[in-house]
Write a protein that binds this ligand. Structure first.
Ligand code: 5GP
Ligand code: MN
Length: 333
């Protein structure tokens, strides 16, 4: 069976065909959907003869080092060989999510915006394709590749699978649509070796990551009569374990596994311009809306997966967020 052709906007396809030197970028601190959709987009552009480079402010995360790259992933614009004539923005609910380094470039170069976040303000100057009903930005890129007649095979298919698998909680969240499943089925029919890819995805933890997770699980706070699980990860903890933000990827999902927990919250401290700030990640399920909580603090995301950055340390962030989190189960549905 072939997947249904979702209507990729014509102006988006035209923009991708018209330009020659494209920079593909996604949100900083890339998760598998951000990086997987970036790599897949670069492979797609290469296949139609367009020069494409991938940029991410935080570079290529080590936990995805099993993916085959279409070239180096730039983390500084100084290493750009020439000025791009288009920036493709992926998986960014707003422009700021691309990070500070890219903002001046976005002011002077045409942009297209491809995303699946509710409330995306359509910031692309040449084209926008925002589909909150799609499981992952990778799913949108898959449909773009198909519209451009690029086969979903090899490294392109692997990048798409990683993107879609991550954003659907390995095909378990409510965003796991028949369309997303059909897309994977079609890639498997076309040669995607799923057992081999999953083996590479699931056997690449570092000892640092394992030990950090152990510590975080020990210290997890169970609050609000068991309805809230919160992990506070301080700069001191990260330093003590020699860990980075990448090593915390997945912790917030892990905490949702505790029976009775309706919201899980990870507060990870980071340093910016010599000051401590905290990256908050929230998860829920069903009607429990954590996007509204994140939005209170200038963030966003999806109903069941959202985030924000607060100019506070982890303890203070928990104190200010907790009353808003109570609304999640107290509100009239
Ligand atoms: P995560 O917790 O994995 O960083 O992000 C969960 C979801 O919320 C993702 O869809 C992500 O794009 C979104 N998100 C996370 N942090 C922010 C933020 O600071 N601003 C906005 N608008 N969305 C965010
Ligand atoms: Mn995504």
């Amino acid at each position: 069976m072939t997947i249904e052709q979702h209507s990729v906007p014509d102006e988006l396809l035209a923009a991708l065909r018209r330009h020659q030197r494209v920079l593909v970028a996604a949100h900083a601190h890339p998760d598998p959907d951000a990086m997987g959709s970036s790599l897949a987009m670069a492979w797609t552009l290469r296949a139609i003869g367009v020069d494409a480079l991938v940029f991410n402010e935080d570079g290529m995360p080590a936990f995805l080092n099993f993916l085959t790259l279409p070239g180096p992933v730039l983390s500084s614009l100084e290493s750009l060989p020439c000025e791009p004539d288009l920036v493709v923005c992926l998986d960014c609910g707003d422009r700021a999510r691309l990070g500070d380094a890219l903002q001046p470039l976005l002011d002077r170069v045409p942009t297209v915006n491809i995303d699946h976040h509710l409330g995306n303000p359509l910031f692309g100057s040449e084209a926008n394709w925002v589909e909150p009903g799609m499981a992952a930005s990778g799913e949108l890129v898959a449909r773009i590749a198909k519209a451009l007649r690029v086969p979903l095979q090899g490294a392109l298919a692997e990048a798409l699978y990683v993107a879609i698998s991550a954003d659907t909680g390995n095909f378990s969240y409510s965003n796991t649509t028949p369309g997303a499943l059909r897309l994977v089925a079609e890639m498997v029919e076309d040669g995607l070796n799923l057992p081999r890819l999953r083996e590479r995805m699931e056997t690449n933890w570092t000892e640092t990551r394992m030990r950090l997770w152990g510590r975080v699980m020990q210290d997890v706070r169970i609050l609000e009569d068991g309805r809230l699980a919160a992990a506070l990860i301080t700069l001191d903890t990260l330093r003590a374990y020699g860990a980075t933000s990448e090593d915390t990827e997945g912790i917030v999902e892990q905490m949702r596994k505790l029976a009775g927990v309706r919201v899980s919250l990870m507060l990870r401290e980071e340093e910016k311009n010599g000051r401590v700030q905290v990256k908050a990640s929230l998860r829920s399920s069903g009607k429990d809306n954590v996007r509204d909580v994140a939005a209170q603090f200038g963030g966003g995301g999806h109903r069941n997966a959202a985030g924000a950055t607060l100019p506070l340390d982890a303890e203070k962030a928990l104190t200010v967020m907790q009353p808003y989190i109570r609304f999640v189960w107290n509100r009239l549905q």
